[in-house]
Design a protein around this ligand. Structure first.
Ligand code: C2E
Ligand code: CA
Ligand code: CA
Ligand code: CA
Length: 278
């Protein structure tokens, strides 16, 4: 077995070797990245669907890598999940997000994305509670965004964890709604407060009648279940108009505001608050 293990290397193409080396290097880099403060959060504003009233922001992590430059989450989250570093990273994300929300006045919400890996351990509730305690943010101002993969892994355990999270007072929303298999049945069983309609349905609103019918159905069903319905990935005024017509509750997307760094987002909040008092 040993010799065949050694021989295995002969089957690798040089390109594959390179990829493995690069991955390893990225993993090593990631182990130092938290301490070196290379991760940053961007905040994407979230509005009431008419697009006028700011209600909060979604925190989106970025890695300012010393040599590779700005890395988007899709390029390192999976590696963080595979290596377990996601836990430390997500602890930092939750605390940083809550700390930022404290500077936005008393009512703005902050949303944080959780990984399904975090549900596969038994310390998620403790970790969320710790982030709230350390920062002092009221739990009802923190929203946790969860994708369907969480329920697919271990449905029973996910339900228990989600009920415990609800008991802390945080909000739960189902992210990328409509892209999975059984999104609908999950809404009956799990204690969600909201759903985020996936961008693929929103981009269809410009030209496709069927997208409009689907979004209409999702909004009606969401409201029948007393859920807050958010549309994500709004890129055009047409899409925003249709969503307002369809009575979607909240809206997020490049048309309304791109994800931006902490300081500029604080300025967006203060400008908004100054306008609101006039
Ligand atoms: P997501 O949670 O579905 O986040 C929305 C993504 O769509 C973000 O990409 C955002 O920048 C992008 N987006 C927002 N509005 C628009 C729009 O109008 N048009 C288009 N084309 N895109 C838009 P981003 O920041 O690259 O994040 C990608 C994914 O990475 C997120 O998808 C989320 O699943 C994951 N992610 C981000 N931050 C975290 C984190 O702190 N923890 C975990 N576990 N995952 C994260
Ligand atoms: Ca999200
Ligand atoms: Ca999403
Ligand atoms: Ca996503």
């Amino acid at each position: 077995a040993k010799s065949s293990g050694r021989n295995m290397f002969r089957f690798y193409e040089p390109a594959m070797n390179e990829r493995i080396m690069e991955r390893r290097q990225l993993e090593i880099d990631m182990r130092h990245a938290l301490r070196r403060r290379e991760f940053r959060l961007d905040f994407q504003p979230r509005y009431e669907a008419a697009g006028q009233h700011l209600v909060g922001a979604e925190a989106l992590v970025r890695w300012h890598h010393p040599t590779k430059g700005l890395l988007p989450p899709d390029s390192f989250i999976q590696l963080a999940e595979e290596t377990g570093l996601i836990i430390e990273l997500s602890d930092w994300v939750m605390q940083e997000a809550c700390m930022n929300a404290l500077t936005w006045g008393d009512t703005m919400m902050v949303s944080v994305n959780l990984s399904s890996v975090e549900f596969q351990r038994n310390d998620l509730v403790e970790r969320v509670a710790a982030a709230l305690k350390i920062t002092g943010l009221s739990p009802e101002r923190l929203e946790l965004e969860i994708t369907e993969s969480v329920m697919l892994e271990d449905a029973a355990a996910a339900l228990i964890t989600m009920n415990q999270l609800k008991a802390l007072g945080v909000r739960l929303s189902m992210d990328d709604f409509g892209t999975g298999y059984s999104s609908l049945s999950y809404l009956r069983t799990y204690p969600f407060d909201g759903i985020k309609i996936d961008r693929s349905f929103i981009s269809g609103l410009d030209h496709s009648q069927s997208s409009e019918a689907i979004v209409h159905a999702i909004v009606s069903m969401g409201h029948a279940l007393s859920l807050t319905v958010t549309a994500e990935g709004i890129e055009t005024v047409t899409q925003l108009g249709k969503l307002t017509e369809l009575a979607c509750d909240q809206a997020q997307g490049f048309y309304l505001g791109r994800p931006i760094a902490s300081e500029p987002f604080k300025r967006v909040v203060s400008e908004h608050q100054a306008q609101a008092t006039h």
